[in-house]
Design a protein around this ligand. Structure first.
Ligand code: ADP
Ligand code: MG
Length: 147
């Protein structure tokens, strides 16, 4: 069953990310979808914060994937943040990122990943972000999806 939440501010979006991070572990794939400015990177910042990974989350405009090392608390896990926008569906380039290997030990979060990365795991957490015109309010819908 998909869950849904209204997110009036960017802080609410980050808080949702922190909350979702509680259910994530190594091998988990998070696929983020929604138009430019919908809050995919903001949500990723919350995920990173919740996981306690190192390094600042930024929009990976010039890099396609950024590795965030695990924090130093017990049981800490790392996160890989991918922006698939620039891949433009180039599966060879996706392959060369070696996300399978990352998934052995980290959480992998992919912006614009819908239709591109689902094959990497047998299920993924799919988060859709919508924005209303001329408003800060975003709506998130999320669920674990097979395939
Ligand atoms: N409720 C909200 N949730 C997320 N971002 C918001 C919200 N309200 C305003 N913003 C602003 O919208 C922008 C979202 O940008 P970003 O997270 O980079 O989006 P995306 O990665 O989807 O392109 C940021 O500038 C953020 O401050
Ligand atoms: Mg982004």
């Amino acid at each position: 069953m998909a869950e849904q939440r209204i997110l009036p501010t960017v802080e609410d979006t980050e808080a949702l990310g922190r909350e979702l991070a509680r259910d994530l572990g190594p091998g988990d794939l998070v696929v983020l979808d929604g138009p430019l400015g919908a809050g995919k990177t903001a949500l990723t910042r919350g995920l990173a914060d919740g996981l306690g990974v190192q390094g600042r989350v930024s929009s990976p405009t010039f890099i396609i994937a950024r590795q965030h090392r695990a924090g130093d608390h017990p049981g800490a896990i790392g996160m890989v943040h991918v922006d698939a926008y620039r891949l433009g569906g180039d599966l060879d380039e996706l392959d060369s990122l070696d996300l399978d290997t990352d998934l052995d030990h980290a959480v992998v979060v992919v912006e614009w990943g819908l239709g591109v990365v689902e094959h990497l795991t047998d299920r993924h957490l799919r988060v859709l972000l919508r924005r209303e015109p001329d408003s800060d309010v975003r709506t998130a819908t999320w669920e674990w999806v097979a395939g």
